[in-house]
Design a protein around this ligand. Structure first.
Ligand SMILES: [Zn+2]
Length: 252
């Protein structure tokens, strides 16, 4: 199964256009949150209309997996926590969103929402607990914020990941977690687009402006990954958890 992972497109329509052109080369296109831009000049409602159409077009070319990020919630739950209801409204046989489990060729993809408060965090934990009992060879999580205290959450000054996710990773041991959120983590010396955490790989596709999104091409059979950005290409063999695709001595 070949995956193309990106994140934090933040209403960059050129980058969505690029995805439309390349989508059919992959079994799945995965967008790990922050499709919209709450700091943008366009009203959120209008952004949602445009991006919903992009996602529907994309899902006619391949299967699409989308989780929400902190920019994507347009409504609030009864507990007052932001949630991306608009994603639920467009889900289909080839467009998978927050809260769904995607089973394909023995693999399980769990799509985690942006948890905006204790209630959604509890619900997400319960979802992962349910999914932990499902039969699977490899378990893939999509979760906008990366785990804390690892390369993929390095901002250049400090770690700004999700500490709670660290606990979940330690408990459930997913094969790989795809995140975004910390845009420049892949571009710092002490940062990276891939790291190992316990028995799991964690990846952050990062973000750059311009017409092409930063992407990770991931081959689930071979457990190999290719990261592309404007700074070039990096490859990683992730088939052995004990062989790190980066310098383990590098200070972090
Ligand atoms: Zn972002």
């Amino acid at each position: 199964m070949k995956l193309l992972i990106t994140s934090d497109l933040h209403y960059n329509l050129q980058q969505f256009d690029w995805l439309l052109r390349t989508a059919d080369r992959y079994d799945y296109v995965i967008i790990a949150g922050d499709l919209l831009n709450i700091a943008g000049y366009l009203e959120l409602e209008l952004q949602i209309t445009v991006i919903a159409e992009y996602l529907q077009n994309l899902s006619q070319r391949t299967k699409v997996v989308v989780c929400s990020g902190n920019h994507d919630g347009e409504s609030k739950t009864e507990a007052g926590e932001y949630t991306a209801t608009w994603l639920q409204d467009i889900r289909s046989d080839s467009l998978f969103v927050d809260w769904q489990a995607v089973q394909d060729k023995g693999n399980l993809i769990s799509i985690c929402p942006w948890w905006d408060g204790p209630e959604s965090r509890e619900e997400m934990t319960a979802m992962l607990e349910r999914h932990s009992h499902m039969e699977k060879d490899k378990w893939i999580w999509i979760h906008h914020a990366p785990p804390d205290e690892c390369r993929v959450s390095w901002t250049g000054k400090r770690y700004r990941g999700d500490k709670y996710l660290n606990q979940l990773i330690a408990k459930y041991k997913p094969t790989v977690v795809f995140s975004g959120h910390i845009h420049a983590a892949p571009f710092y010396q002490a940062g990276g687009w891939v790291d190992r955490m316990n028995e799991s790989w964690v990846c952050n596709a990062g973000h750059q402006p311009g017409p092409m999104p930063t992407t990770i091409q991931f081959d689930l059979e071979k457990m190999s990954a290719i990261f592309d950005s404007s700074e070039g290409r990096e490859t990683a063999d992730l088939s052995d958890l004990n062989v790190l695709p980066f310098d383990p001595q590098q200070p972090t």
